[in-house]
Design a protein around this ligand. Structure first.
Ligand code: HEM
Length: 453
């Protein structure tokens, strides 16, 4: 292992403050964004509206896993944009750019705990730009165009497999398979190993639920309840397996680099030094999770939106040229990444609310994307909406999603072929969404259609 920069060691010593100034709004909501069940019926858009209308900068109680004080909730598009565009005031590095709670080390899988911190999403300034630059060649237009040819063939094969069945769980058969394929091509993961990523992803989507439930049980002195201990053991062994695999393949690519993103990560440098094992683990986790889960849930989420809005479905099938706008509108409505986090570094103000240094701020993208100040009739799914590309689902500013072109390309290939082959599709049962307030994790999407040989 190389010596060098380990962000998680610093972050753990950083203290988050209680609000330094009085709250502008005295509104007290009954519901809580910490209630993971709230997210199992889709995003709580009515609650976002309630907060936006009554207290657009709302100070929220901490998560049960959180030793820090609570967090400011931003629900307005303009405020979320402002914070994202001012990284010198609102840091991603001081206490991470993604974690609503750091939890405590003893309550987390040790590897998972550090590696949710040691990656570029949680860096500011030059260190962030340097690491982001190493990833760039694999997201440029020329590279993505070449990749599109392979993705198009893969979509065809996946749809060939479901065609004779007449029904399937789309998540299992397609939504989770396509992003794994695409990401594995970018990363340089051998074909024989790709299915492992599918299982790891399913467990990672439940990580937050496991952590929160375990803490609740400790706090409440409960000894026998869900999640069942065997499930937790399985979760831990899956996470171990995922990190062991990442370590093995990254070290292999460090020794024998190839033309792929894992080789670029393995040989990247921070401040002139090779990435530490902690940063290799973290970068592995970030790319596997960010590159998979988001696109997977947008594929499934779009299917539900079309099912629930038959007029829009017909319009799209008659006018495939509307596909790019349909994709923007789908991403706006689904907002697969539910929030990100920043920390104030100095005395500042957001929309009239004074904020002191080292306070926690959470950006609720799903709320920004339904802000009526920007989107007319925001709860309506409208594939002709003129400004649907103004959504913030990919973030904005220095940390804007690096994978955006790859995500858009996959969504286009999937919907183009799927709607041409299965225009009669319908949902054939209830969808299932994991209890998670970080990613909108659709785990089941039953559909039926006329079987084709
Ligand atoms: C619909 C699909 C996707 C959505 C909605 C999405 C959303 C996001 C969001 C909200 C951020 C953080 C922005 C911020 O903190 O300001 C992000 C960052 C990131 N995403 Fe995505 N993402 C998607 C697909 C992908 C894909 C396919 C990949 C890779 C193949 C990817 C890789 C990344 C990486 C590496 C970062 C970190 C960028 C940085 O810190 O500079 N994402 N994404």
């Amino acid at each position: 292992m190389t010596s060098g920069y380990v962000l998680s060691d610093e972050v753990l010593d950083h203290k988050i403050n209680e609000p330094a100034y009085p709250k502008k709004s005295s509104y007290k909501a009954e519901k809580s964004l910490n209630d993971l069940d709230l997210f199992t019926k889709g995003q709580p858009v009515d609650f976002y509206k309630e907060l936006r209308d009554n207290a657009p900068i709302y100070f929220h109680d901490p998560m049960p896993t959180d030793p820090e004080p609570g967090y400011w909730v931003l629900t307005r598009h303009e405020d979320i944009k402002y914070v994202s565009m001012n990284p010198k005031i609102f840091s991603s590095q001081y206490a991470t750019g993604n974690l609503l709670t750091l939890g405590t080390e003893e309550n987390r899988h040790p590897k998972l705990f550090k590696s949710t911190i040691d990656h570029m999403l949680n860096l500011d300034g030059e260190m962030h730009l340097g690491l982001r630059k190493e990833h760039m060649p694999f997201f440029k237009p020329g590279y993505v165009e070449e990749l599109q040819k392979k993705v198009s063939i893969k979509v065809g094969q996946l749809l060939d497999q479901i065609a004779p069945l007449g029904e399937c769980n789309l998540v299992k058969e397609v939504s989770q398979q396509l992003p794994i394929y695409t990401l594995s091509e970018i990363l340089g993961i051998p074909e024989a190993d790709r299915q492992k990523l599918v299982s790891w992803m399913e467990f990672l989507e439940l990580a937050q639920y496991f952590a929160v439930e375990q803490i609740k049980q400790q706090n409440e002195g409960i000894t026998d309840s869900s999640p069942d201990p065997a499930m937790i053991d399985l979760f831990n062994s899956m996470v171990d397996e995922m990190f062991d695999y990442g370590k093995h393949i990254l070290l292999k690519k460090r020794k024998n680099p190839e033309n792929d993103l894992l080789s670029a990560i393995a040989n990247a440098k921070i401040e002139g030094e090779e990435l530490t094992q902690e940063f290799l683990d973290g970068s592995w986790l970030l790319i596997v999770f960010a590159g998979n889960d988001t696109t997977r849930n947008t594929i499934s989420g779009g299917i539900k939106l079309l099912h629930d809005n038959q007029d829009q479905k017909e319009l799209l099938i008659k006018n495939p040229d509307y596909l790019p706008n349909f994709i923007n509108e789908t991403i706006r409505c689904v907002s697969p990444v539910i929030h990100m986090r920043r920390t104030s570094l100095e005395e500042t103000e957001i929309n009239g609310q004074r904020i002191g240094p080292y306070e926690k701020i959470a950006l609720w993208y799903g709320a920004a994307n339904r802000d009526p100040e920007i989107f007319d009739d925001p709860d309506r799914f409208n594939i002709l909406r003129e400004n649907s590309d103004k959504h913030l689902a990919f973030g904005i500013g220095r940390h804007t999603c690096l994978g955006k072109p790859v995500a858009l390309m996959q969504l286009k290939e999937f919907y183009l072929q799927f709607l041409a082959r299965f225009p009669d599709f319908e949902m054939s049962g209830e969808w299932k969404v994991a209890p998670n307030n970080f990613v909108h994790a659709i785990q089941e999407m039953p559909i039926k259609f006329l079987p084709k040989s």
